[in-house]
Design a protein around this ligand. Sequence first.
Ligand code: GLA
Length: 735
Amino acid sequence: MPICIDEKQKLFTLHTLHTTYQMAADKYNLLRHLYYGPKAEGCAFYLHVPADRGYAMQIPDAKNDRLYSPDVIPQEYPSQGSADMRSPAFAIINADGSCVSDLRYKSCRVLDGKYTLPRMPHVHISDEEMNNLPENERPETLAITLEDPISHVEVELLYGVFPAEDVITRAAVVKNVGNETFTIRKALSANLDFSFGRFDVITFYGRHAMERNLHRLEVGHGIFEIGSRRGASSHQYNPLMILADETADEISGSCYAMELVWSGGFTGCLEKDQFDQTRWQMGHMDGHFSYPLKAGETFTAPEVILTYSEHGFEQLSLNLHNTIRKHVLTGPWKDRVRPLLLNSWEACYFDFDGDTIRSIAREAKDLGFEMIVVDDGWFGKRDDDTTSLGDWSVNEEKLGCTLPQLIRDIRAMDMKFGIWIEPEMISEDSELFKAHPDYALSVPGRAPVIGRNQLVLDFSRKEVVDAIFDQFCEIFAEEVPDYIKWDFNRSLSESFSKNADDQGRVFYDFMLGTYDLLSRFREKWPDILIEGCAGGGGRFDAGMLYYTPQIWCSDNTDAVDRVRIQYGTSFGYPSYSMGAHVSVSPNEQNGRVTPLATRAAVAMAGTFGYELDPRKMTDEEKAMVREQTDAYRKYAPLTLSGDYLRLTDPFRDHVGAWEICAADGSEALVTAVTLEIHGNAPQNYIRLRRLTPGAVYRDEESGREYSADMLMYAGLPVPREMFEYASHVWHFVRV
Ligand code: GLA
């Protein structure tokens, strides 16, 4: 049983196959955190040593028990104003204006399977999937209710235990059980307290076109915080944090991850306190947030995925990858190889008509592509980025035909058809804005903040979501595209909505509006493959992956930068969720010149595609592309389901290398890209991993056979090429 409850001791123990999580309600019913780490039997309640700590306060019922202070006790869900002076996970303003709440244990229940969260993405498992699992691998839910009878608030802490993935999910549902409205200022998804230990924190910072760079730092005294106030998870900080032993590396050491299943603003916070205890929190952004909860209403704090690995970051990432692949992605494309696409953006930007698309498609078909995607510029009167967002009607004059006609023409070539949309946005220069200026998020009487010449639609209002959905119903009434690229090209800034009872809730409600629209698309057109995008990788998170099984990883298509961007992204997300394309050289984002073979080798680690004009390629290049599209078809099933392993650190090493290994060890695709060359340079080596020990593997290209043990422990030399950014791909097959 993954969940064990000792009712007498009010002790709750959650077991996955290799980890244990434990908490208990103490004599004052404060829910204490006891343990999270390698699988363990027994009870860790003894670990906290009661002591009279100078200047520490007691809760009222502990009166003069100076050995008892919540300020030092590790807790599950600390609330503001209850004698714990560290960062709270929960804070409200009561109807009387006071900011105190004091949550204590009330009750618990265990449910078969995994809880769901209404209106927002979450880790899930169907009854059928449950039944196919051995009993000890079936997920279970523990729901613990905390209460504060004076504030009339109940918080249900939800724990979903996924034994096989070594994952525990957490979420919290706040209920107003009184008659008066109170305002939530903070309701995080998870709080994790450690009584001792020295840690490093790893986060993934970035910017547009250079997302998810790895940053590792020792956790020191004070508060370390990442997050986003942008209404999207953002390019700047990914909602993924790793807390690790100082010595942890890819294959050794103890480490934890928290990954948020939410695409809006967030906070991730670490606090090392006066006694060297570490508090780690993640959840919805707290600044710029206030949510009035009326009598009888509930508020759901989005879900966070927690995992632990005793064997370094590789296993930690695989736990997250497996969870996302099996229990976050939804729909028919979840575990299918995706069509090999050619996107029009870097091929012709806004400058195309129907014939351009047809002739690119014809050439693409000949090169082995399966789908043509018409990117931005096909609707309203959009020939640049100043206009028409919100007007989702086909520019027939520009295309020279209707959209259904274009779709049919492409399908007649035995190609699939994909299209770009940006449904959450509105241009001031649009019919929609003329008719409904209040549909844009802006403050009356103030000029709005502009980003990429556009405003954001007020998706906290259902009628605005309806207005956009209706337009797409009309446009897809005759022919439904096979694929949609769902873009989002600016941040939210002003949180003001016409009807909101509190403007502090607007960003949260906006995100639910976006999820509502995504759900409607998925319900109405279940077969459409949706690729997420936000100026490249500005909303690359597990929340979006619930609706869009692949996300455009970055607007930066340079293979060398991509080695690093995909490396960072791989810590939290499966490689096959990363949209990765071959584009022209010199690259149009950074001017770098790279070989076509390297561009393809790097893009092939993700959902592979191209964005360039195939009509402009030489015959020699076309011949190479034909080989590459064939190679994709051959290797995509392995990329889709295999274990993605980072073999080097491309921020430090001269080579970027990774391996995609079949879970049963039968084959491994290994790629190495030389990132730097020097005169008379040292030889570069890599070591393979997760091959079958004792087995022999054949390198398909050379026919040479290697011992798996030697490949894993002695290593493999990377070929010495006399040009920059050379790459080498090996396909090792177990003999
Ligand atoms: C964003 C996307 C690009 C492209 C453009 C179109 O920047 O990330 O891939 O679709 O929008 O305007």
